[in-house]
Design a binder for this molecule. Sequence first.
Ligand code: ZN
Length: 305
Amino acid sequence: MTKSLLDAIKERPLLGDGAMGTQLMIAGLEQGNSGELWNLTHPERVLAIQRRYVEAGSECLLTNTFGGSRIMLNRHSHADDVVAINAAAVGIAREAFGGRDGYVIGDIGPFGGLMEPYGEFTEAQVLDAFREQAKALVDAGADAIIIETQTSLEELRLGLMAAREAGASCAIGSMAYDVTLDGSTFRTMMGIDPERAAEFMQEHGADIVALNCGTGMDMERARQAVLRYLQITGLPIMAQPNAGQPKLVDMKVIYDETPAQMVTGVAPLLQAGASIIGGCCGSTPDHIRAFREAIDQFQMAKAVS
Ligand SMILES: [Zn+2]
């Protein structure tokens, strides 16, 4: 690897990857089981998914560790495997690049509960869990850490702190917004708007401010979020929207925005100033392949203009 992730995005936008969760389901993971445990039990299946993203043009892969904190793994009685699961995930993602240049972004998702006084977890418990996971990811060689699908600033702060303490050379904070019922704006479930999130992330040591997932956050809403971030911060921005709105079909959640539909939002997102673009729930290697073409065309058009 010649350049750090932060140096690379100063030169050109990078393509992230698509969904892991929905791809794991397609590969046979049953609802309610731990996809992260597959890093140890079925590494070849995780590798196959990430290889498809690399073949489609991904330059950044998120490790398969969304639910890889002690608190999340404890629900599957695998709390003792935190370090092994996270270290294996970094190795799998690195292997998926097959010697090509690419960035492994250690993924930390929400701890999955509420902190005191609303819930049963203490701040210290959550911080310890994030510290342990971040350290395992960084020690295994992750190029960055992303604290993603965040809705509360309290939890985000602990995640960023853990990433910093672990020595991550790049810390990414990523919020999940929901479009309000009247459709006029979007904020997180805990009521945080993009301006406040950007300000907070900048104050708390994020190197990249991001958004992912959420409800109703299509490519156009992601573009609006990028513009709103830019009102507040000069930090680089990453966007990973879902492939449309979740729909319940035969008791299964599906995302049906096609690559052709979603790709129309790529150039506007780049134009707005996004530095890394990927997809969240429901996005597939085909979506990423379409994104690759759009990014390359955008860059070529920029070079000749
Ligand atoms: Zn998602």
